[in-house]
Design a protein around this ligand. Structure first.
Ligand SMILES: Cc1cc2nc3c(=O)[nH]c(=O)nc-3n(C[C@H](O)[C@H](O)[C@H](O)COP(=O)(O)OP(=O)(O)OC[C@H]3O[C@@H](n4cnc5c(N)ncnc54)[C@H](O)[C@@H]3O)c2cc1C
Length: 384
């Protein structure tokens, strides 16, 4: 009997576990660990904010992953020993032949003075109801969305948030009394989409009357005021996108070496340790232009598929599968009923090739299907 231990049951971990079970019989044990009982996608946070369904509608109990022949353990991972492919959870040490670290990235508002106290953090689902209540009471004024650290998960999401709010406030009849501003510390709005993609996004924001600033580094946040290193922005509602870091248990494992993230072989997602893989937001893959591969669920899923195929081939003594090719896509919401499709060949040289497609209602529907299909495939029908 061989065993794969998957740490983290988000996009990446669920993909590895379910895909591996599809490929290998019951003589290969698959153990999946996550501290949280339920799964929901990041996109639900924004939808819940603007009344596009509730967070609960998109959430599912992870124990239902058992239907795939995967053993799910709801526990915190308290230490990881990659050299021996071991992890400690609440009082038990789990050993494995293959270890996959898919523990994601944590929003860390504590790293920017005042951010946790004076800004809403929609990158944490626990903060969504508070902002939704503040929005319901909002009758006009200034809203600031500030990107206070990079990298963060889902690079387009702050702009999606701005455009969803734009639609939402129009519906409520208070848009003409509201200024919406997005500020980023980055040199352009969406570096992964390049200058052209960022310019296109800037036009889209301008057409909706949404102001934006680039190269603005947040020094601190005070009540009703974002203080940058070169000026400030006064706002009635501040939405902060915090810096992200690996979970403390990953840092303590030594898997990040001298860096902040787990460096992996881009072709195989292998770490420096034999039969230890890392996928998704917890990793860093540097592209030909020096930028990191974007932290997105779809990338974690594609990486998970490659890792599952590699482990299955190794167990069976077969040749390894094709390398991970760094190709991915994502739907950017341009308001409540429209979206664009962005497709990236991120490993292309001398720089990634990223194409933005048309803005349409069809792409918005595809984004809703993106969620529905995965929830059905992973958890079966019904909310449970
Ligand atoms: C507002 C928003 C919108 C987004 N929209 C999109 C989108 O439209 N498309 C897209 O592709 N991506 C989107 N994303 C990004 C996407 O959610 C992440 O990139 C994706 O979840 C990363 O997958 P992952 O498996 O690496 O990590 P995660 O999905 O974060 O999973 C990590 C898991 O590890 C668990 N964990 C962490 N530490 C421990 C511990 N010590 N013990 C036990 N368990 C632990 C966590 O509970 C979590 O379940 C969005 C994100 C946000 C915030």
């Amino acid at each position: 009997m061989t065993r794969t231990l998957v740490l983290g049951a988000g996009f990446g971990g669920i993909t590895v576990a379910t895909e591996l079970r599809r490929r290998l019989g019951d003589d290969h044990e698959i153990v999946l660990v996550d501290r949280r009982e339920r799964f929901a996608m990041g996109l639900r946070k924004l939808w819940a904010l603007v009344g596009m369904g509730s967070y609960e509608e998109g959430s599912r109990p992870r124990e239902r992953l058992g239907r795939h022949g995967v053993q799910f353990l709801q526990r915190p991972v308290t230490s990881i020993d990659p050299a021996h492919r071991r992890a400690a959870t609440d009082g038990e040490t789990l050993e494995a032949d293959y270890l996959v670290v898919a523990l994601g990235a944590e929003p860390r508002p504590d790293l920017v003075p005042g951010l946790a106290q004076h800004a809403h953090n929609v990158w944490d689902e626990r903060a969504v109801p508070g902002l939704a209540t503040a929005l319901a009471r909002f009758t006009g004024g200034r809203i600031a969305i500030v990107i206070a650290g990079v990298p963060y998960t889902c690079p387009p999401a702050p702009y999606e948030c701005a455009m969803l709010l734009d639609d939402h406030l129009r519906e409520r009849g208070v848009r003409d009394k509201t200024e919406i501003t997005v500020a980023t510390m980055q040199p352009m709005l969406l570096p992964n989409a390049g200058k052209e993609g960022s310019a296109w996004l800037a036009e889209q924001l301008s057409a909706r009357g949404i102001a934006f600033h680039v190269k603005r580094t947040v020094d601190r946040v005070e009540p009703g005021r974002v203080v940058f290193t070169d000026g400030d922005l006064v706002a009635d509602l501040i939405i902060g996108v915090p810096p992200h870091r690996v979970p403390a248990v990953v840092k303590a494992s030594g898997l990040t070496g001298d860096g902040e993230w787990i460096a992996v072989d881009p072709a195989t997602l292998e770490t420096d340790y034999e039969n230890v893989f890392a996928i998704g937001d917890v990793t860093k893959i540097t592209l030909a232009n020096g930028l990191p591969l974007p932290k997105a669920g779809v990338m974690a899923e594609l990486e998970g598929q490659r890792v599952a195929a590699a482990i299955a081939a190794d167990v069976r003594g077969e040749a390894p599968p094709a390398s991970f090719d760094g190709r991915g896509y994502c739907f950017i919401e341009m308001g409540k009923t429209k979206a664009t499709l962005i497709e990236g060949d991120f490993f292309a040289t001398p720089e990634p090739r990223v194409a933005l497609k048309d803005v349409s209602a069809e792409h918005a529907e595809e984004k809703h299907r993106f969620e529905a299909e995965r929830l059905e495939r992973w958890f079966g029908s019904g909310r449970g």
